[in-house]
Unconditional design. Structure first.
Length: 155
């Protein structure tokens, strides 16, 4: 089993079906809620992943820092250059954490109609196990621009 970094194929199709809303401008309808969940090296995640699942999701070995389903993300906005549309999220942290993670999945919890879902957006492999022991585990997202954002659509 392995975690492979990829924008999920189902997400690409769902974009064309109008199921994902990243808009944070205050327009109606409001943007969807996106979450990030952490997974062990036993997880099998990649381009073919379609939905969030608790299978091989990490557990906090002490304390209550990590809960199933992960954490809600704050979208930092949608941008556009002449050839690239992009969006990103604010960094997210778990404090007083003790766990090992090998990768993560971003997923949409309110796809399109405002109903509860678990539609996968993308998977990120960490390149190996990352361990925190009674500390802070932080996912640092790249700059929200056309060359670095976590999600980019290019010509």
């Amino acid at each position: 089993m392995a975690i492979t970094s990829a924008v999920c194929s189902s997400f690409k199709q769902e974009l064309l079906q109008g199921k994902h809303n990243f808009d944070t401008s205050g327009a109606s309808p409001a943007g969807d809620t996106f979450k990030i969940a952490l997974f062990t090296s036993s997880a099998s995640l990649g381009a073919a992943t379609t939905d969030y699942s608790t299978s091989n999701e990490i557990t906090n070995t002490s304390g209550t820092a990590y809960t199933a389903g992960g954490k809600a993300l704050t979208n930092t906005g949608v941008g556009l250059t002449s050839t690239t549309a992009f969006t990103d999220f604010s960094d997210v942290s778990w404090t007083s954490a003790s766990f090992t993670a090998n990768g993560c999945m971003i997923y949409n919890t309110t796809t399109g109609t405002g109903t509860s879902t678990t539609d996968a957006v993308c998977v990120v492999a960490f390149g190996g196990d990352k361990t925190v022991s009674s500390g802070t585990f932080t996912i640092q997202f790249p700059t929200n621009d056309a060359t670095s954002a976590i999600l980019r659509l290019t010509a």
